[in-house]
Design a protein around this ligand. Structure first.
Ligand code: FES
Length: 148
């Protein structure tokens, strides 16, 4: 396997924004069907902006690096801006991942979209259908527990 580049190693060895936000108003959790790893993301949203973000990832180095860099990418962004971020953007920001590790970056994109969906649902201003569409969540990605 190709080695990880320095930026990936740095984000894995010293990840930013690790942990939990107790009073988060948007929480998203996704599992990677390829390997079974899990990422949970906590958002503190105010005036349509992400003012704080933390993550917990039980996964490989690429998943941790992707989680770390994606939290840096969305901090301070509006919800609409954060929803535009794809796993390709995450990989580009990391300066690339080995091809067999590309699937790990998908966790970060999906967890962000789910956390934002959770926020919108809690606000109660949109129907579940509208939230799923706005956050581009496919029905099969839905969580049985929380409905997002
Ligand atoms: Fe599971 Fe990377 S191997 S997220």
């Amino acid at each position: 396997m190709e080695p990880y580049n320095e930026k990936v190693i740095e984000n894995y060895a010293n990840p930013k924004n690790v942990g939990k936000i107790e009073d988060a108003n948007g929480v998203g959790e996704v599992g990677n069907p390829v390997c079974g790893d899990i990422m949970r993301i906590y958002l503190k949203i105010q005036d349509n902006k992400i003012i704080d973000v933390k993550f917990q990832t039980f996964g490989c180095g690429a998943a941790i690096a992707s989680s770390s860099i994606s939290t840096e990418m969305i901090k301070g962004k509006t919800l609409e801006e954060a929803l535009q971020i794809t796993n390709k953007d995450v990989v580009n920001e990391l300066g690339g991942l080995p091809p067999v590790k590309l699937h790990c970056s998908v966790l970060a994109e999906e967890a962000i979209r789910k956390a934002i969906a959770d926020y919108y649902l809690k606000q109660g201003v949109m129907s579940k259908q509208e939230v799923m569409e706005k956050c581009k969540i496919k029905p099969e990605e839905g969580c049985q527990k929380c409905g997002v």
